[in-house]
Design a protein around this ligand. Structure first.
Ligand code: SF4
Length: 224
């Protein structure tokens, strides 16, 4: 007889920072039955985008790789299943042959992002690179990685929240932003628009608006 269905509150594992939608996962006898948005999550309020909904296909997917594959030359049918020891020996041998100065590690964006910011696999790789003395490349996707860097440089992360923006901003520029990947920000953007705040999403439109402003250096002189 089938056991009871348990519902576990968690976060979307796709982890498109800083969205992190709340997720409810239904499990029965250790089997994943489905995922849905968590209405009690104060931020996402039940929203799960198509990527979040598709995340259930990761668990138990027969196409998921469970054993290492290696190939000696580049063709689709050259992959051969090997043991973990063989894969490790091959990797260690290639690294030793190249030397640490010619070795760089890259964990891949999925490994970095798919465990809600802990990035354990990615950080283990960085630790190995530190101990061994080779390079380690940050695998953040260029889109949100650089976007986050820009927001940090301009101080926006320290003084603003999306709630603050929704309640108080009079003019909002979403420069090259992808709102499809920022649904929890979009809610506050709509709130600001309802208050009468001016918003610009299109990059070309924002550029036209900035063209009409004095250059930054001129404004600094005027202030002084
Ligand atoms: S926007 Fe989509 S992928 Fe990103 S955390 Fe929310 S449900 Fe997951």
């Amino acid at each position: 007889m089938a056991g009871p269905i348990r519902t576990i509150p968690t976060m979307c594992p796709m982890n498109c920072l800083p969205t992190l939608c709340g997720m409810l996962v239904d499990v029965q006898d250790g089997e994943l039955l489905g995922v849905r948005g968590d209405k009690d999550n104060p931020d996402s309020q039940g929203f799960l985008c198509v990527r979040g909904q598709a995340s259930r296909q990761i668990i138990g997917n027969p196409k998921r790789l469970l054993k290492p594959l290696i190939r000696e030359h580049r063709s689709d049918d050259a992959w051969q299943e090997v043991s973990w020891d063989e894969a490790l020996d091959l990797t260690a041998g290639r690294i030793a042959a190249a030397g640490r100065e010619a070795t760089a590690l890259w964990s891949g964006h999925g490994n970095l992002a798919n465990n809600s910011g802990l990035s354990v696999g990615s950080q283990m790789l960085a630790r190995f690179a530190n101990l061994y003395g080779c390079q380690n490349w940050n695998p953040a996707m260029i889109c949100w990685g650089l976007g986050g860097f820009g927001a940090g440089l301009t101080g926006a992360l320290k003084i603003n929240t999306k709630e603050d923006m929704g309640a108080n901003a009079e003019f909002i520029v979403l420069w090259g932003a992808n709102l499809a990947s920022q649904p929890n920000t979009a809610r506050y953007l709509m709130a600001a628009k309802k208050r009468g705040a001016r918003t610009m999403i299109d990059r070309a439109e924002a550029n036209r608006w900035f063209e009409g402003l004095p250059r930054f250096e001129s404004r600094t002189e005027a202030t002084a």
